[in-house]
Each structure stands twice: as C-alpha cells, then as structure tokens.
Write a protein that binds this ligand. Sequence first.
Ligand SMILES: [Zn+2]
Ligand SMILES: [Zn+2]
Length: 398
Amino acid sequence: MTDVLPFDQSPDIDRFIRWRRLLHSHPETAFEEVRTAAFVAERLRDFGLDPVTGIGHTGVMARIEGRGEGPVIAIRADMDALPLDECQSRPHRSRVESRMHACGHDGHTAILLGAAEQLAARRDFRGEVVLVFQPAEEGHAGARAMLEDPHWAEFGIQRIYGLHNWPDLPLGKFAVLADACMASSDTFEFVLKGSGGHAAFPHRSPDVPGVTAQLAVALGSLARRIAAPTDPLVITVTQIHTGTASNIIPAEARVGGTVRCLNESLRDRVEAELDALGGAFAAMHGLAGEYRYTRQYPVTVNDPEAASELRRAALAVPGLQEAESIEPSMGAEDFSFFLQALPGAYLWLGTRDPAHLSPLHSCQYDFNDAALPLGVALWVELVRQLLGRAPATMRMTS
Ligand SMILES: [Zn+2]
Ligand SMILES: [Zn+2]
C-alpha cells in the first residue's frame, strides 16, 4: 500500500512545541522577520529541502517534490508578530520589548514546519507541495509582496491553502466557509479646510469643528443607507482631530476611520459614496475638502471547490470536527491577496480551552500547543487526499 501517504500517528509533538515556543520568545514584526526566516530555512534544510529566502523581503519558500507528475499546491503560514508587550509571565514569554506573537503566527509557522518534515521524509505523492512562509501579515501586505516578487511565479503554484488559529472556536473544531470568510479592510480620511479665526467672532470664519462633527454623525449612519441589511458593512469613525485652543476657530479638521465589507462591488460603492458625502459637506458649508480612501486588504474569498477539499481533509483528521455554524468575520486577512491570484481556501482551527480564553491580539494571548498536531495532521492529510496516488477515486467518493 504505497499509493497512499502514510500519516505518522505519533509525530514528535514535543519538537513542534519547542519550535513554537522558541518562535514565541523571539518575535519579529513586519518585514523584520530575519531570525524567524533563518530559523525556518535552517529547519527546511534539516529536512533535505532547498529553501529560497528573501521572497517578498523576508519570506521563505521551498518545494517538496513528490514522485511523478502532478498538481502543484501551496500551503502558507504567516510568520510575523505584533508591536505589543506581552503581559503574562510564562517561561517562553517574549524576550523582545514591544514585540509579541499575539496572533498565533508562531503556531502557524511551527505547524507548517511539522507538516514539511513529514512530507519531505515520505514524498509519497505526485506533483509538488510548495511551502510558503509569509512575512508581514499584520497590516503590511506581506502576501502581496511575495506575489510581486519575481521568484513567486517560478514555483508554478496552482492552488493555495492556509489556516488561522481561532480562539472563538473550541479546540478540536474547525470551520471553512465556501465563499467570503473575512472582510476587506480599508481606511478613509477627510480633511476639511476653512480660513480659521477668532472664536469671539464665529460669523467671520467657517465652522470647521461643527461641520466636522456633522460629518462624523453622517458617517455613522451611512452604512445602513448603502448596504442591504443582509450584506454586512462596517463604517466606523475612529479619529477626529482639530483645534488647539478654546479661543481659536481652527482652519482644518480631520476625520478618519475604517471600512469593512464582504464583497468587492460594495467596497467600490462605499469608496464612491464616501467621496460624494465629504464633497457635499465641504461645499455646503463653504469649506475646501480633501478625501483619501486607502485600500488595504481585499475580501478573503474561498474558492468553493478548494474549500470543499480543505473541509474534506479536516474531516478526516482524528480529533477534528466541523463547527456547527459560523459566520464570516469582519476581521481582515492578507491571505486574500493569494486568493485573488489563485484558487484556494482558508480554514479556522479552533484553539479555545479553559487555559486559552484570550482573544487574538490580546497581550495575554498564547497559542494553544494542543492545536499543533491537529494542524500538522490537516496539512499532511490534505496532501494525501489531493496528491495521493489515486486522487480521482478519492474525489469521487466524498
Ligand atoms: Zn492578527
Ligand atoms: Zn493572524
């Protein structure tokens, strides 16, 4: 029975935990993942692979060639940490000031290393598995940087898969949505400009703070007017800046915030509607105005077929069960850039248990090591199902 990739039922979990905790204690943020990338590359060489470093600045990629022709699939792990001080004293706590693995990317990296070790040792599959260790997921579009790197295309990737640990789901549960699963994330800023003047003579200067306040209130109710109630849209004002003293009418004010939604055509509409609203307010009150809308991360949209492949693999992993019902998240994820370029899918891996209740991005958060073997088993099983010697039969028997 060599046509099925044997899954190692007793992987060295202690080693995965050591890797994960070592990464946790040495966090690095966007495009500074130099030590992390070196650690990853070193492990990949230990497994007999030939990693390419510096892809998208600090990303690492490596091929695991199977035996014989077949599809080329990629599995991605993000490697970056957050600019945050860890506020728990645990043995593997961050040793770097203002740096912390508070989103569990240390766990994602350890999982992909664990899967790489098993896959590289066996190679009992057709085609190729490309390992993608990505930098700068947290707000700096490391995925886009990798896609724009000339080396990316050389790997010939046909599909891509990723996961994120998910403290909203209990340990042992997973979820894969068949369509949009995470929101786009954009920012907006309006600058309203008047002439400024003495506060004792408001009839001589445009009321920049008053108009700004009205604009902020109007923005608060705009989402309801643009999107159907069934089509989630978040427009949140997060910043209002103006004024320096109680006796000066300021000449300028800024209003900024974030926009999140789950479909790209709605995203286009919001951008245009915000522009029109800001312009109308400025014109109505005799102010000059500037408007900036900055597109950050697109909507994360799973390919239905890839999502069903990933789901089927997860269902075959001992200890993993599908979550009953789950809604898309209004959080954003730069795996979305990969999914714009390639079909693929993204899975949430539950991590919550009594000792792991902190949300992502909390200074108390720590990746749940019990999820490591589940993640490793998921990737190994996905490769077995997609690139095993009889994939056509397997696809027929779902
Ligand atoms: Zn995060
Ligand atoms: Zn994350």
